[in-house]
Design a protein around this ligand. Structure first.
Ligand code: CMX
Length: 438
């Protein structure tokens, strides 16, 4: 056992009586009601999922294990010579809720190195796809191809399956998956955008730094990767990628099946793909409205209205839960403002100008409940600045980060024995009858 698995086991034993008591003694306590609007409207706001990994307040934004983003960054041990924590220290924190010591972080870093080797057949499978396949399809297929290695599936089929211990095999798969996904993502990047010039893993580097190294990036990008993966990790359980992963795993499908499905949800333009759409929208705006002239607030206003009037959404704005500017947006904006060169970058200035204008336009438009920017409105600018200009890759980066939250969640799902998810559907006739009855 590693220190992380030991600590996790201790936390799980301590938590189990709480879950058991709620299920046994308080199962019939009502915590919500459901109206027709929610039934027709994507189950918005219905309280029917449990997670202790993160929670999302509409005004304040995300807290990981009770800590805001600045508190999380401040509390965790930093990567050597960096102002940012390693992804490995964040993984320890997400799983256990405790800030690790440097020695505990070092052990996770060393552990991931033993787990990060990706079997060659996974690369072969990705290579057989047409080169113009979307990188999210490649990533989802790559993760699915790893399923053959699932320790949880092998355990389930071993004839010795024991519900109490099953979390240990989910933890093993989850740890393998989070260690391997950046390697697969880097392979896809090099295959598609660097003429298949692959770069070997550097065993001396932590996960974020190694990812930067494997895609041929600069020293500075190491912190970008660490920050990006941590910020995108988790956003409580109701969003499409997290919920899909949880739902699929609730059928005892192993973590590879579950996260491949989660990634497919992340690839939607209303979810993770919005960060690619933001860059695409901004570039089209410059091309169409700014030929030979500097962008102005007036031009941006016109472009925003043209987008809305053509029935499209403004990518990177609005949110199903948040009702203020996403702190993940602010965290990335602060990174831009404190990075010499980036703060004066024309694209960053343009995105900042959109931030000044878009909330007013969306408020006047009057449809969205939240006119403020979300995480996706800012992330592409940073990637672009550092030379990662293939914006269809941006959701892959999101998917590498989101693996941390999804994998931490399903490890705990199994530890606490969460049930097969199976909500009830109703017919339109039933709804009309209830509507008529008032
Ligand atoms: N531009 C234009 N219209 C918007 C809008 C936007 N950015 N955000 C919401 N609306 C519209 C909705 O389409 C909906 O319109 P109709 O009433 O005509 O159907 C109306 O406002 C009400 O929507 P809402 O309750 O405010 O928002 P939802 O919970 O339904 O949707 C989201 C949330 C994120 C899908 C939506 O705000 C959106 O489409 N935003 C743009 C895409 C985006 O940035 N997605 C990334 C979200 C973060 C992430 O998951 O990565």
């Amino acid at each position: 056992m590693t220190q992380l698995k030991d600590k996790l086991s201790e936390k799980i034993q301590a938590h189990r009586p709480r879950t058991a008591r709620l299920t046994k003694e308080f199962a019939d306590i009502v915590i919500d009601k459901v109206d027709i609007g929610q039934c027709m409207g994507g189950a918005r706001d219905i309280k029917c999922l449990v997670t202790d990994i993160s929670s999302l307040d509409p005004q304040e934004g995300i807290r990981f294990r009770g800590k805001t983003i600045p508190e999380t960054f401040a509390a965790l041990p930093k990567a050597a010579g960096s102002a940012y924590p390693t992804v490995e220290s964040f993984w320890y924190f997400l799983l256990t809720g405790e800030v690790p010591t440097q020695a505990q972080v070092d052990e996770v870093v060393a552990q991931w190195k033993t787990r990060q080797s990706v079997p060659p057949y996974v690369f072969d499978v990705i290579r057989t796809l047409p080169r113009d396949s979307h990188p999210m399809a490649m990533l989802s297929i790559g993760i699915l191809a790893l399923q053959r290695d699932s320790k949880f599936a092998a355990y389930y089929n071993s004839g010795k399956f024991n519900k109490t211990n099953a979390w240990e095999q989910v933890y093993e798969d989850a740890s393998d998956l989070v260690a391997r996904i950046p390697v697969i993502a880097a392979f896809i990047y090099n295959l598609k955008y660097r003429d298949d010039k692959q770069i070997a893993i550097d065993p001396k580097l932590d996960m974020g730094a190694n990812f930067a190294h494997m895609i041929g990036q600069s020293e500075e990008y190491k912190d970008v990767a660490r920050m990006y993966f941590i910020l995108h990790s988790d956003h409580e359980s109701g969003n499409v990628s997290a919920h899909t992963t949880h739902l699929v795993h609730s059928a005892l499908s192993d973590p590879y099946y579950a996260y491949s499905a989660g990634l497919s949800g992340l690839a939607g333009p209303l979810h993770g793909l919005a960060n690619q759409e933001v860059l695409s929208w901004t570039m089209k705006f410059q091309e169409k409205y700014c030929k030979g002239v500097e962008p102005t607030k007036e031009l941006i206003t016109k472009a925003l209205w043209d987008t809305l009037n053509s029935g499209q959404v403004i990518p990177g704005y609005g949110h199903a839960v948040l009702r203020k500017t996403d702190p993940r947006y602010m965290s990335q904006r602060e990174f831009c403002l404190k990075t010499p060169g980036l703060k004066d970058d024309p694209l960053f200035k343009l995105v900042s100008m959109i931030f000044e204008v878009a909330p007013g336009v969306l408020s006047e438009h009057g449809h969205t409940k939240n006119p403020w920017p979300n995480v996706d409105a800012q992330s592409g600018v940073i990637q672009w600045y550092y030379g990662v200009k293939h914006w269809d890759f941006y959701t892959v980066l999101f998917g590498v980060g989101r693996a941390l939250g999804c994998m931490a969640n399903i490890t705990w799902d199994r530890a606490l024995g969460y049930a097969l998810e199976r909500p009830k559907s109703v017919t339109t006739d039933m709804l009309e009858k209830w509507a008529a009855e008032g």
